[in-house]
Design a protein around this ligand. Structure first.
Ligand code: NAD
Ligand code: WQD
Length: 340
Protein backbone atom coordinates (compact mmCIF):
# COMPACT_ATOMS: atom_id res chain seq x y z
CA UNK A 1 0.00 0.00 0.00
CA UNK A 2 1.29 3.43 -0.90
CA UNK A 3 1.40 6.65 1.05
CA UNK A 4 0.13 9.35 -1.28
CA UNK A 5 0.12 13.12 -1.18
CA UNK A 6 -3.02 14.36 -2.94
CA UNK A 7 -3.03 18.09 -3.72
CA UNK A 8 -6.47 19.58 -4.31
CA UNK A 9 -8.02 16.47 -2.80
CA UNK A 10 -11.05 18.34 -1.45
CA UNK A 11 -12.18 19.33 -4.96
CA UNK A 12 -14.62 17.57 -7.26
CA UNK A 13 -12.32 14.98 -8.83
CA UNK A 14 -9.94 14.84 -5.86
CA UNK A 15 -12.67 13.87 -3.39
CA UNK A 16 -13.89 11.02 -5.60
CA UNK A 17 -10.33 9.86 -6.11
CA UNK A 18 -9.54 9.92 -2.39
CA UNK A 19 -12.54 7.62 -1.78
CA UNK A 20 -11.15 5.09 -4.28
CA UNK A 21 -7.60 5.38 -2.91
CA UNK A 22 -8.77 4.80 0.67
CA UNK A 23 -10.96 1.88 -0.40
CA UNK A 24 -7.92 0.30 -2.06
CA UNK A 25 -5.99 0.58 1.20
CA UNK A 26 -3.70 3.50 0.35
CA UNK A 27 -2.82 6.11 2.96
CA UNK A 28 -3.76 9.62 1.90
CA UNK A 29 -2.45 13.01 2.88
CA UNK A 30 -4.60 15.76 1.37
CA UNK A 31 -3.18 19.23 0.81
CA UNK A 32 -5.79 21.85 -0.08
CA UNK A 33 -6.12 25.61 0.42
CA UNK A 34 -9.92 25.41 0.10
CA UNK A 35 -9.91 28.14 -2.53
CA UNK A 36 -12.56 26.18 -4.43
CA UNK A 37 -13.75 23.60 -1.90
CA UNK A 38 -14.70 23.13 1.74
CA UNK A 39 -13.50 20.89 4.61
CA UNK A 40 -16.92 19.21 4.66
CA UNK A 41 -15.94 17.41 1.43
CA UNK A 42 -13.00 15.77 3.21
CA UNK A 43 -15.24 14.85 6.15
CA UNK A 44 -17.64 13.09 3.79
CA UNK A 45 -14.84 11.28 1.96
CA UNK A 46 -13.80 9.84 5.32
CA UNK A 47 -17.39 8.84 6.15
CA UNK A 48 -17.83 7.04 2.82
CA UNK A 49 -14.48 5.26 3.04
CA UNK A 50 -14.63 4.59 6.79
CA UNK A 51 -11.01 5.66 7.01
CA UNK A 52 -9.17 8.83 7.93
CA UNK A 53 -7.34 11.24 5.65
CA UNK A 54 -4.46 13.33 6.99
CA UNK A 55 -5.47 16.89 6.11
CA UNK A 56 -2.93 19.67 5.56
CA UNK A 57 -4.52 23.05 4.94
CA UNK A 58 -2.26 25.15 2.76
CA UNK A 59 -1.11 26.19 -0.67
CA UNK A 60 1.02 24.24 -3.16
CA UNK A 61 2.96 27.46 -3.74
CA UNK A 62 4.12 27.42 -0.09
CA UNK A 63 7.60 25.99 -0.52
CA UNK A 64 8.34 25.64 3.21
CA UNK A 65 5.05 23.83 3.82
CA UNK A 66 5.66 21.42 0.94
CA UNK A 67 9.17 20.63 2.13
CA UNK A 68 7.94 20.07 5.68
CA UNK A 69 5.12 17.78 4.53
CA UNK A 70 7.45 15.72 2.37
CA UNK A 71 10.04 15.51 5.17
CA UNK A 72 7.52 14.52 7.84
CA UNK A 73 5.69 11.88 5.82
CA UNK A 74 7.35 9.11 3.81
CA UNK A 75 5.45 9.85 0.58
CA UNK A 76 5.65 7.33 -2.28
CA UNK A 77 3.89 9.41 -4.94
CA UNK A 78 1.94 12.62 -5.49
CA UNK A 79 -1.40 13.05 -7.26
CA UNK A 80 -1.58 16.69 -8.27
CA UNK A 81 -5.12 18.05 -8.75
CA UNK A 82 -4.67 21.53 -7.24
CA UNK A 83 -5.30 24.14 -9.91
CA UNK A 84 -7.64 26.84 -11.10
CA UNK A 85 -9.86 25.54 -13.90
CA UNK A 86 -12.23 28.11 -15.38
CA UNK A 87 -11.42 28.88 -19.01
CA UNK A 88 -13.16 32.28 -19.13
CA UNK A 89 -11.56 33.41 -15.88
CA UNK A 90 -8.16 32.37 -17.23
CA UNK A 91 -8.60 34.71 -20.20
CA UNK A 92 -9.48 37.58 -17.85
CA UNK A 93 -6.79 36.79 -15.22
CA UNK A 94 -4.02 34.87 -16.99
CA UNK A 95 -1.33 35.60 -14.41
CA UNK A 96 -3.40 33.98 -11.66
CA UNK A 97 -3.50 30.82 -13.77
CA UNK A 98 0.22 30.77 -14.50
CA UNK A 99 0.92 31.48 -10.83
CA UNK A 100 -1.37 28.85 -9.36
CA UNK A 101 -1.09 26.15 -12.00
CA UNK A 102 2.44 26.53 -13.40
CA UNK A 103 4.39 28.13 -10.55
CA UNK A 104 2.45 25.97 -8.04
CA UNK A 105 3.56 22.83 -9.86
CA UNK A 106 7.14 24.09 -10.07
CA UNK A 107 7.27 24.57 -6.29
CA UNK A 108 5.78 21.11 -5.80
CA UNK A 109 8.25 19.43 -8.18
CA UNK A 110 11.23 21.15 -6.55
CA UNK A 111 10.11 20.03 -3.09
CA UNK A 112 9.51 16.50 -4.40
CA UNK A 113 12.97 16.37 -5.96
CA UNK A 114 14.56 17.61 -2.72
CA UNK A 115 12.76 14.84 -0.80
CA UNK A 116 13.64 12.19 -3.40
CA UNK A 117 9.96 11.63 -4.29
CA UNK A 118 9.98 11.15 -8.05
CA UNK A 119 6.50 9.87 -8.91
CA UNK A 120 3.66 12.16 -9.93
CA UNK A 121 0.22 11.71 -11.48
CA UNK A 122 -0.86 15.02 -12.98
CA UNK A 123 -4.36 16.32 -13.82
CA UNK A 124 -4.10 17.41 -17.42
CA UNK A 125 -7.00 18.00 -19.76
CA UNK A 126 -8.28 17.32 -23.25
CA UNK A 127 -8.21 21.10 -23.55
CA UNK A 128 -4.50 20.79 -24.45
CA UNK A 129 -5.58 19.52 -27.88
CA UNK A 130 -7.46 22.74 -28.73
CA UNK A 131 -9.65 22.33 -31.81
CA UNK A 132 -9.12 18.73 -32.98
CA UNK A 133 -8.14 18.02 -36.58
CA UNK A 134 -9.06 14.37 -36.31
CA UNK A 135 -11.36 12.35 -34.07
CA UNK A 136 -11.01 10.39 -31.92
CA UNK A 137 -8.11 12.19 -30.26
CA UNK A 138 -5.01 10.11 -29.66
CA UNK A 139 -2.17 11.21 -27.41
CA UNK A 140 -0.12 11.86 -30.55
CA UNK A 141 -2.40 14.71 -31.66
CA UNK A 142 -0.69 18.10 -31.55
CA UNK A 143 -0.87 20.12 -28.35
CA UNK A 144 -2.37 23.45 -29.39
CA UNK A 145 -3.97 25.40 -26.62
CA UNK A 146 -6.43 28.24 -27.12
CA UNK A 147 -6.61 29.91 -23.70
CA UNK A 148 -4.36 30.52 -20.65
CA UNK A 149 -5.93 27.67 -18.67
CA UNK A 150 -5.09 25.20 -21.42
CA UNK A 151 -1.66 26.78 -21.85
CA UNK A 152 -0.97 26.31 -18.13
CA UNK A 153 -1.68 22.57 -18.49
CA UNK A 154 0.53 22.30 -21.58
CA UNK A 155 3.35 24.16 -19.79
CA UNK A 156 3.21 21.77 -16.86
CA UNK A 157 3.31 18.83 -19.26
CA UNK A 158 6.43 20.38 -20.82
CA UNK A 159 8.06 20.73 -17.40
CA UNK A 160 7.29 17.10 -16.62
CA UNK A 161 8.62 15.93 -19.99
CA UNK A 162 11.86 17.88 -19.50
CA UNK A 163 12.26 16.69 -15.92
CA UNK A 164 11.84 13.05 -16.93
CA UNK A 165 14.36 13.53 -19.74
CA UNK A 166 16.88 15.03 -17.32
CA UNK A 167 16.50 12.40 -14.61
CA UNK A 168 15.43 8.91 -15.67
CA UNK A 169 14.30 8.07 -12.13
CA UNK A 170 11.25 10.33 -12.53
CA UNK A 171 7.85 8.93 -13.43
CA UNK A 172 5.17 11.42 -14.53
CA UNK A 173 1.78 10.24 -15.77
CA UNK A 174 -0.23 13.09 -17.25
CA UNK A 175 -3.89 12.14 -17.35
CA UNK A 176 -5.74 14.10 -20.01
CA UNK A 177 -9.31 14.08 -18.77
CA UNK A 178 -12.19 14.55 -21.15
CA UNK A 179 -15.50 15.73 -19.57
CA UNK A 180 -16.03 14.35 -16.06
CA UNK A 181 -19.65 14.36 -14.86
CA UNK A 182 -21.81 12.69 -12.21
CA UNK A 183 -21.09 11.92 -8.59
CA UNK A 184 -20.43 9.12 -6.13
CA UNK A 185 -23.38 6.71 -5.94
CA UNK A 186 -23.93 7.59 -2.27
CA UNK A 187 -24.99 11.12 -3.24
CA UNK A 188 -22.72 12.41 -0.44
CA UNK A 189 -19.99 13.98 -2.58
CA UNK A 190 -20.26 15.72 -5.93
CA UNK A 191 -19.49 18.81 -7.97
CA UNK A 192 -20.14 22.01 -6.03
CA UNK A 193 -19.64 25.09 -8.23
CA UNK A 194 -19.29 28.36 -6.33
CA UNK A 195 -21.01 30.57 -8.91
CA UNK A 196 -23.13 30.02 -12.00
CA UNK A 197 -21.82 26.79 -13.51
CA UNK A 198 -19.86 27.19 -16.75
CA UNK A 199 -20.05 23.49 -17.53
CA UNK A 200 -23.05 21.76 -19.00
CA UNK A 201 -23.69 19.01 -16.46
CA UNK A 202 -23.87 21.06 -13.24
CA UNK A 203 -26.01 23.59 -15.08
CA UNK A 204 -28.46 20.82 -16.02
CA UNK A 205 -28.66 19.53 -12.43
CA UNK A 206 -29.28 23.08 -11.16
CA UNK A 207 -32.14 23.49 -13.64
CA UNK A 208 -33.52 20.15 -12.45
CA UNK A 209 -33.44 21.22 -8.80
CA UNK A 210 -35.10 24.55 -9.62
CA UNK A 211 -32.11 26.84 -9.05
CA UNK A 212 -32.03 27.91 -12.72
CA UNK A 213 -34.97 28.42 -15.00
CA UNK A 214 -33.73 26.91 -18.24
CA UNK A 215 -30.67 25.64 -20.03
CA UNK A 216 -29.27 27.71 -22.89
CA UNK A 217 -27.79 25.42 -25.50
CA UNK A 218 -24.88 27.24 -27.08
CA UNK A 219 -25.54 26.67 -30.76
CA UNK A 220 -27.62 24.21 -32.82
CA UNK A 221 -25.72 24.87 -36.03
CA UNK A 222 -22.52 22.94 -35.30
CA UNK A 223 -21.39 20.39 -37.90
CA UNK A 224 -22.63 17.51 -35.71
CA UNK A 225 -25.52 15.06 -36.24
CA UNK A 226 -28.07 17.16 -34.30
CA UNK A 227 -26.27 20.52 -34.55
CA UNK A 228 -25.32 20.70 -30.84
CA UNK A 229 -21.81 20.28 -29.44
CA UNK A 230 -20.45 16.78 -28.90
CA UNK A 231 -18.21 15.78 -25.97
CA UNK A 232 -16.85 12.68 -24.27
CA UNK A 233 -18.60 12.65 -20.86
CA UNK A 234 -17.13 10.21 -18.37
CA UNK A 235 -18.39 9.26 -14.92
CA UNK A 236 -16.24 10.86 -12.23
CA UNK A 237 -15.97 7.53 -10.38
CA UNK A 238 -14.50 5.92 -13.52
CA UNK A 239 -12.09 8.84 -13.72
CA UNK A 240 -11.17 8.34 -10.05
CA UNK A 241 -10.48 4.65 -10.72
CA UNK A 242 -8.13 5.69 -13.53
CA UNK A 243 -5.96 7.47 -10.96
CA UNK A 244 -5.61 4.30 -8.96
CA UNK A 245 -4.32 2.51 -12.05
CA UNK A 246 -2.01 5.41 -12.89
CA UNK A 247 -0.47 5.33 -9.40
CA UNK A 248 0.26 1.62 -9.80
CA UNK A 249 1.64 2.16 -13.31
CA UNK A 250 3.97 4.91 -12.08
CA UNK A 251 5.49 2.53 -9.54
CA UNK A 252 6.76 0.30 -12.32
CA UNK A 253 7.46 2.75 -15.18
CA UNK A 254 9.71 5.76 -15.48
CA UNK A 255 9.48 8.66 -17.90
CA UNK A 256 6.75 11.03 -19.04
CA UNK A 257 3.52 9.48 -20.29
CA UNK A 258 0.43 11.44 -21.34
CA UNK A 259 -2.71 9.27 -21.27
CA UNK A 260 -6.27 10.14 -22.33
CA UNK A 261 -9.05 9.26 -19.89
CA UNK A 262 -12.36 9.24 -21.73
CA UNK A 263 -15.02 6.79 -22.84
CA UNK A 264 -14.31 6.96 -26.56
CA UNK A 265 -17.93 7.96 -27.22
CA UNK A 266 -19.29 11.35 -28.17
CA UNK A 267 -22.59 12.62 -26.75
CA UNK A 268 -24.33 15.77 -27.97
CA UNK A 269 -25.84 18.40 -25.67
CA UNK A 270 -29.33 17.30 -26.70
CA UNK A 271 -28.47 13.64 -26.12
CA UNK A 272 -27.14 14.49 -22.67
CA UNK A 273 -30.32 16.41 -21.83
CA UNK A 274 -32.44 13.46 -22.98
CA UNK A 275 -30.31 10.98 -21.01
CA UNK A 276 -30.77 13.13 -17.90
CA UNK A 277 -34.51 13.33 -18.46
CA UNK A 278 -34.88 9.60 -18.93
CA UNK A 279 -32.62 8.74 -15.95
CA UNK A 280 -34.42 11.10 -13.56
CA UNK A 281 -37.93 11.65 -14.99
CA UNK A 282 -37.36 15.41 -14.74
CA UNK A 283 -37.88 17.67 -17.76
CA UNK A 284 -35.08 20.15 -18.50
CA UNK A 285 -36.51 23.28 -20.12
CA UNK A 286 -34.03 24.49 -22.73
CA UNK A 287 -33.68 26.90 -25.61
CA UNK A 288 -31.07 27.53 -28.26
CA UNK A 289 -28.69 30.46 -28.02
CA UNK A 290 -25.72 31.60 -30.14
CA UNK A 291 -22.49 29.62 -30.04
CA UNK A 292 -20.23 30.23 -27.04
CA UNK A 293 -16.98 31.96 -28.09
CA UNK A 294 -14.02 29.58 -28.10
CA UNK A 295 -16.18 26.43 -28.28
CA UNK A 296 -15.41 23.53 -30.59
CA UNK A 297 -17.90 21.33 -32.43
CA UNK A 298 -16.86 17.92 -31.22
CA UNK A 299 -14.25 16.20 -29.09
CA UNK A 300 -13.88 12.65 -27.92
CA UNK A 301 -11.04 10.39 -26.86
CA UNK A 302 -9.30 7.39 -28.24
CA UNK A 303 -8.93 5.70 -24.83
CA UNK A 304 -7.00 2.67 -26.11
CA UNK A 305 -3.67 3.71 -24.58
CA UNK A 306 -5.29 3.80 -21.12
CA UNK A 307 -6.67 0.32 -21.76
CA UNK A 308 -3.28 -0.96 -22.89
CA UNK A 309 -1.02 0.66 -20.30
CA UNK A 310 -3.32 0.96 -17.30
CA UNK A 311 -5.87 -1.78 -17.91
CA UNK A 312 -8.49 0.97 -17.48
CA UNK A 313 -11.78 1.42 -19.25
CA UNK A 314 -14.76 3.65 -18.42
CA UNK A 315 -17.50 1.32 -17.20
CA UNK A 316 -20.40 3.59 -16.31
CA UNK A 317 -22.90 5.02 -18.81
CA UNK A 318 -23.94 8.65 -19.25
CA UNK A 319 -27.39 7.63 -17.86
CA UNK A 320 -25.69 6.27 -14.73
CA UNK A 321 -23.76 9.52 -14.35
CA UNK A 322 -27.02 11.46 -14.70
CA UNK A 323 -28.75 9.37 -12.01
CA UNK A 324 -25.78 9.70 -9.65
CA UNK A 325 -25.25 13.42 -10.33
CA UNK A 326 -28.94 14.04 -9.70
CA UNK A 327 -28.85 12.13 -6.40
CA UNK A 328 -26.05 14.43 -5.21
CA UNK A 329 -27.82 17.61 -6.39
CA UNK A 330 -31.22 16.55 -5.02
CA UNK A 331 -29.86 15.75 -1.55
CA UNK A 332 -27.52 18.75 -1.49
CA UNK A 333 -29.31 21.57 -3.30
CA UNK A 334 -26.84 24.10 -1.85
CA UNK A 335 -23.85 21.81 -2.26
CA UNK A 336 -21.70 21.19 0.82
CA UNK A 337 -22.48 24.57 2.29
CA UNK A 338 -25.74 23.49 3.88
CA UNK A 339 -23.33 21.52 6.11
CA UNK A 340 -25.47 18.42 6.54
P1 NAD B 1 -11.82 21.69 -8.20
O1 NAD B 1 -11.70 23.18 -8.27
O2 NAD B 1 -13.08 21.11 -7.69
O3 NAD B 1 -10.61 21.10 -7.34
C1 NAD B 1 -9.34 21.72 -7.26
C2 NAD B 1 -8.95 21.73 -5.79
O4 NAD B 1 -7.65 22.31 -5.69
C3 NAD B 1 -9.87 22.56 -4.92
O5 NAD B 1 -10.18 21.83 -3.75
C4 NAD B 1 -9.06 23.81 -4.60
O6 NAD B 1 -9.42 24.36 -3.34
C5 NAD B 1 -7.65 23.28 -4.64
N1 NAD B 1 -6.61 24.24 -4.97
C6 NAD B 1 -6.58 25.11 -6.01
N2 NAD B 1 -5.45 25.81 -5.99
C7 NAD B 1 -4.73 25.38 -4.93
C8 NAD B 1 -3.47 25.73 -4.40
N3 NAD B 1 -2.70 26.68 -4.93
N4 NAD B 1 -3.03 25.06 -3.29
C9 NAD B 1 -3.78 24.10 -2.71
N5 NAD B 1 -4.99 23.75 -3.18
C10 NAD B 1 -5.46 24.38 -4.27
O7 NAD B 1 -11.52 21.13 -9.66
P2 NAD B 1 -11.70 19.65 -10.24
O8 NAD B 1 -12.79 19.70 -11.23
O9 NAD B 1 -11.72 18.67 -9.16
O10 NAD B 1 -10.34 19.53 -11.06
C11 NAD B 1 -9.20 18.91 -10.52
C12 NAD B 1 -8.08 18.98 -11.53
O11 NAD B 1 -8.49 18.38 -12.75
C13 NAD B 1 -7.65 20.40 -11.90
O12 NAD B 1 -6.25 20.39 -12.07
C14 NAD B 1 -8.34 20.66 -13.22
O13 NAD B 1 -7.65 21.58 -14.00
C15 NAD B 1 -8.31 19.27 -13.83
N6 NAD B 1 -9.36 19.03 -14.83
C16 NAD B 1 -10.68 19.20 -14.49
C17 NAD B 1 -11.67 18.97 -15.44
C18 NAD B 1 -13.13 19.19 -15.13
O14 NAD B 1 -13.92 19.28 -16.07
N7 NAD B 1 -13.54 19.24 -13.87
C19 NAD B 1 -11.31 18.55 -16.73
C20 NAD B 1 -9.96 18.37 -17.04
C21 NAD B 1 -9.00 18.61 -16.07
C1 WQD C 1 -19.98 21.01 -23.01
C2 WQD C 1 -20.95 21.31 -24.15
C3 WQD C 1 -21.12 23.62 -24.70
C4 WQD C 1 -22.98 24.91 -20.93
C5 WQD C 1 -14.75 22.87 -20.64
C6 WQD C 1 -13.36 23.42 -20.64
C7 WQD C 1 -12.35 22.32 -20.58
C8 WQD C 1 -12.63 21.28 -19.49
C9 WQD C 1 -14.08 20.96 -19.31
C10 WQD C 1 -11.02 21.36 -17.71
C11 WQD C 1 -20.44 22.34 -25.15
C12 WQD C 1 -22.44 23.11 -24.17
C13 WQD C 1 -22.40 24.16 -21.95
C14 WQD C 1 -24.26 25.48 -21.15
C15 WQD C 1 -24.30 24.50 -23.34
N1 WQD C 1 -12.16 21.65 -18.20
N2 WQD C 1 -23.06 23.96 -23.12
N3 WQD C 1 -24.89 25.24 -22.34
O1 WQD C 1 -16.57 23.05 -23.34
O2 WQD C 1 -16.00 20.60 -23.34
O3 WQD C 1 -14.91 22.04 -21.74
O4 WQD C 1 -14.91 22.11 -19.43
O5 WQD C 1 -9.98 21.03 -18.18
O6 WQD C 1 -11.11 22.92 -20.40
O7 WQD C 1 -13.15 24.16 -21.82
O8 WQD C 1 -17.35 21.52 -21.45
O9 WQD C 1 -19.34 21.42 -20.02
O10 WQD C 1 -18.45 23.68 -20.72
O11 WQD C 1 -19.57 22.23 -22.41
O12 WQD C 1 -24.92 24.32 -24.39
O13 WQD C 1 -24.83 26.18 -20.29
O14 WQD C 1 -22.15 21.88 -23.58
O15 WQD C 1 -21.33 24.55 -25.74
O16 WQD C 1 -20.90 21.96 -26.41
P1 WQD C 1 -16.23 21.84 -22.57
P2 WQD C 1 -18.69 22.26 -21.06
Amino acid sequence: MARLLVTGGAGYIGAHTMVELLAAGHNVICLDNFSNSVPEAVARVQQIAGRAVTLAIGDVRDDALLRRLLAEHPIDAVIHFAALKAVGESVARPLDYYDNNVYGTLVLLRAMAAAGVKRIVFSSSATVYGAPEQLPLTEGAPVRTTNPYGASKAMVEQMLRDLCAADPEWSAVSLRYFNPIGAHASGRIGEDPRDTPNNLFPYVTQVAVGKRERLSIWGNDWPTPDGTGVRDYLHVVDLAAGHLRAVDYSAAHQGFMPINLGTGRGTSVLELVRAFESATGIAIPHSFAPRRPGDIAACWADPSLAARLLGWRAERSVEQACADGWRWQQHNPEGYRAGK
